[in-house]
Design a protein around this ligand. Structure first.
Ligand SMILES: [Zn+2]
Length: 137
């Protein structure tokens, strides 16, 4: 199993750093974020070190999403939330993880990044660029 000795999530998985755990099985571990957006903000990580989502084996990835779906429903009920946001940010800790954040429709949490608009015709051009790459593989 791949580990990065400098990785905070590998240390949490290995028990070197204490965590407030909410779920664990053979492939993933879920624990509370130390800096929550909202109380109950949970992180779910593969136990093995994979920096990005594209590095995670399909079986582990689908398992992480399946468990996230289950935990989202549980967290929603525990916190009487209107919904639970599932987010893959990917720029904070380089060990793939999913954020599960209990939300209220009225909580006014801002979107994670600023958005922009496409120029006329640019959106279709960009979609075609991706489609062409996919079909050319
Ligand atoms: Zn790691």
């Amino acid at each position: 199993m791949k580990k990065d000795p400098a990785c905070i999530f590998c240390k949490i998985v290995g028990g070197e750093i204490p965590s407030a755990d909410v779920y664990e099985d053979e492939l993933v571990k879920a624990f509370l974020d130390i800096n929550p957006v909202r109380v109950g903000h949970t992180l779910i990580v593969p136990k093995e070190h994979f920096p990005f989502m594209t590095d995670v084996p399909d079986e582990t990835l689908s398992h992480a999403f399946k468990i996230s779906k289950r935990l989202m429903e549980d967290i929603k009920q525990v916190y009487n939330a209107d919904f639970v946001t599932l987010a893959v940010v990917g720029i904070d800790v380089p060990h793939f993880h999913l954020h599960l954040i209990p939300r209220k429709h009225s909580d006014e949490i801002p979107v994670f990044w600023p958005t922009s608009k496409y120029e006329e015709g640019e959106m279709e051009k960009q979609a075609k660029k991706i489609r062409s790459f996919i079909s050319g593989k």
